[in-house]
Design a protein around this ligand. Structure first.
Ligand SMILES: *Cc1c(COP(=O)(O)O)cnc(C)c1O
Length: 401
């Protein structure tokens, strides 16, 4: 039967999913909020081929340039030879293999914590950690600029969800002091993904100690980058505490895929028992665990990659001084150039793209209204001349208006 002959159903075609979402998409388009994907036709690297054009890209989280490293590539192939491709089962059934097991031990050692547990992605790790550690009757305290996965995790946990203004320790303290929740969990990005600043972890830990709370650190952007060996934010601050649950991802500086959490033995054992995104999903392909073992070796061994990244960051800071826009104060690979107005940010990003330089414009609602920015992310694989090109194009673009 055709829909228009369906009598009682005749009014429903406007509510068919296609019609509903056509209207929703049109609304996004009208507000300039519709997102489009570019097609990357080369490996993830600064000199990339995108939609048929050769560009210099400042868009990846591949901070150490390992995503296309030939040794990591070779380890992946070697891993496929040793273990095949698919995980084939969840970790608690028969998906937990030699490579996963070895990688967990290596990660725990690398971040100097008693035990580590692999997750298939960082998003899933956050959902799994928070929902296993807290629930109804407990409370989560979260920085407003935290990653979406931490916010989603807090909501899924059913714990009371308290958010404090970015970096506002006094506000956090008031919330902690007023809380009579059974368990209190403070959750924060260690390096904030849109601002690039490092969370005041020692002060956060001091508050957690004072108010008997636990501290979950999401070091997605610090692991591999911060600390002398690249062990991340804890090494950066020279810290250790039984209250800390440390999480990081393996798809950013480590150049592969996946995530892990590291903490005390019993915390990890509890996650094995209760973290649903750990239990009810297929183990990551073992060849990728094998590849991460290689990339860990490179992260720890090649200090010069972090030195190179640090030099590029300093070069960028010097090269954009005097522009009408300023970099946010960031010591990390994430260097946001604050533009303010959304339309202007898109205009600058487009002008750079026309010169073969890809820098994403980050707009509301990802960042607050009035703080649209270009998010420049640097990699140890960039060359000084790439920074020069970017700075020159920014000076020309800025002068032209
Ligand atoms: C990227 C990111 C995640 C998610 O990690 P995936 O492995 O990409 O799912 C979580 N937290 C932060 C802060 C991130 O930047």
């Amino acid at each position: 039967m055709r829909r228009d002959e369906a009598g009682a159903d005749s009014g429903s075609s406007a509510h068919a999913p296609a019609a509903v979402f056509e209207a929703e998409i049109a609304a996004l388009e009208a507000q300039g909020l519709r997102r489009h994907r570019r097609v990357l036709q080369s490996p993830q690297q600064p000199l990339a081929r995108v939609d048929g054009c050769e560009v210099v890209a400042f868009c990846s989280n591949d901070y150490l340039g390992l995503a296309a490293d030939p040794r990591v590539q070779a380890a992946t192939i070697e891993g496929a030879g040793l273990y095949g491709v698919g995980g084939g089962a969840s970790h608690l059934i028969l998906g937990h293999g030699t490579a996963h097991h070895a990688l967990e031990a290596a990660l725990a050692k690398f971040v100097s914590l008693p035990r580590a547990l692999l997750f298939s992605t960082g998003y899933m790790a956050n959902l799994g950690i928070v929902t296993a550690l807290v629930g109804r009757g407990d409370a989560v305290f979260a920085d407003r600029l935290n990653h979406a996965s931490l916010n989603d995790a807090a909501q899924l946990s059913r714990a009371e969800f308290n958010r404090y203004a970015h970096g506002d320790l006094a506000a956090l303290e008031r919330l902690l002091a007023a809380s009579d929740a059974a368990r209190k969990l403070v959750i924060t990005d260690a390096v904030f993904s849109m601002d690039g600043d490092i969370a005041p972890v020692p002060a956060l830990l001091a508050l957690c100690e004072r108010y008997d709370a636990w501290l979950l650190l999401d070091d997605a952007h610090g692991f591999g980058v911060l600390g002398a060996d690249g062990a991340g934010v804890l090494q950066h601050f020279g810290m250790a505490s039984e209250r800390i649950i440390y999480m990081a991802t393996l798809g950013k500086a480590a150049g592969v895929f996946g995530a892990f959490v590291a903490a005390d033995e019993s915390v990890i054992e509890w996650l094995v028992q209760r973290a649903r995104p750990y239990i009810y999903t297929t183990a990551m392909p073992p060849m990728l665990a094998h590849a991460v073992l290689k990339s860990l070796e490179i992260i720890g061994g090649e200090v010069e990659r972090r030195a190179r990244l640090a030099a590029l960051i300093e070069q960028l800071k010097g090269a954009v001084a005097g522009l009408r826009w300023q970099l946010l104060p960031s010591a990390t690979a994430i260097q946001p150039l604050m533009i303010g107005d959304t339309v202007e940010a898109v205009r600058v990003s487009d002008a750079l793209a026309a010169r073969g330089l890809l820098v994403p414009a980050i707009r509301p609602p990802t960042v607050p209204v009035g703080t649209a920015r270009l998010r420049i992310s640097l990699s140890a694989a960039h060359e000084p001349r790439h920074i020069e090109q970017l700075a020159q194009a920014l000076h020309e673009t800025g002068a032209g208006t």
